[in-house]
Design a protein around this ligand. Sequence first.
Ligand code: SF4
Length: 332
Amino acid sequence: MGSPLEQYADIVAGRARARYLLARSVPVELSPDLSLSRMWELHDRGVEEYRRLADSDSKPTTPSLLDLKLRIARELFTACCFCEVDCRVDRRTQRGRCGVRTPRIASRFFHMGEEEPLVPSYTVFFTGCNLLCAFCQNYDISTDPEAGEEVPAGELAAQFDAVLGRGGRNVNWVGGDPTPNLHYVLEVLSLARASIAQVWNSNMYMSERAMSLLDGVVDIYLTDLKYGNDACAERLSGVKDYWRIVTRNHLLAAAQCEVIVRHLMLPGHLECCTLPLLDWLAGHMPDAPVNIMAQYRPEHRAAEFPELRTRLSRSDHRAAAEHAKRLGLHLI
Ligand code: SF4
């Protein structure tokens, strides 16, 4: 086994190119009248070609696999299935559960508080979210999709060179959650030129279609694995079938590129959530670095849930860390 984030380190050091630039090197046939199913066929063939492509072969072409991904995302946007809430609304005129129509950005800056291999991390905070977590630690932006500002895709893409020049190691797409803004991220990447790693910082409740569109674009998934069962997810975040969906997406992510798993421990959820999800990680993704986070604060609607009214106990955090070490997980 290599070091956990070897491929990402190669991109940061300039020894390899960011994946989205490789996706831009794969030619596809893209005529105006293609059906969605035909576009998916071409997409899946393009992804196979992408996997065969050596970094040294990567010369930009048009139309490319990245152009095709953007076109599919724009079509999915008109009956939105970016995440498993699966609203099927036309987001040009309607809002789904996340409330996001045109992507809006609350802030973007060099974040120095992320995991050490990621900083400085140029972090883009979208407003709105597809999950409704009672304890959201970012509720000021996640619950107000109209906050922030619209930023033209070309403006953000043009900043990538400056981000690299100022020592940025990656562009970190977060929110809220980046998933409702998938089409926008692909548009930015289709206009960008700099070889800078792309971090998808998400609750991982996206659809399989969204995971396919991210394949060949994302360099690191920075995942937020919240719960170890469906009942807690439904009670605290209002989503169904959580465990099947997020474990499926973690496995898909690990097949695409490198993954860092975050888990924000919740008070009173050691036995039902933290320990089971650590067991699952040890059995299915033993190489992924894991960050067990202890900084929970009672925020947003936490007071409605008795166990969430306090901070996390040190003994619970210690028990989780010891359990992870016994399982051989790589804690960061
Ligand atoms: S991103 Fe998810 S929650 Fe938002 S409209 Fe699309 S399917 Fe619904």
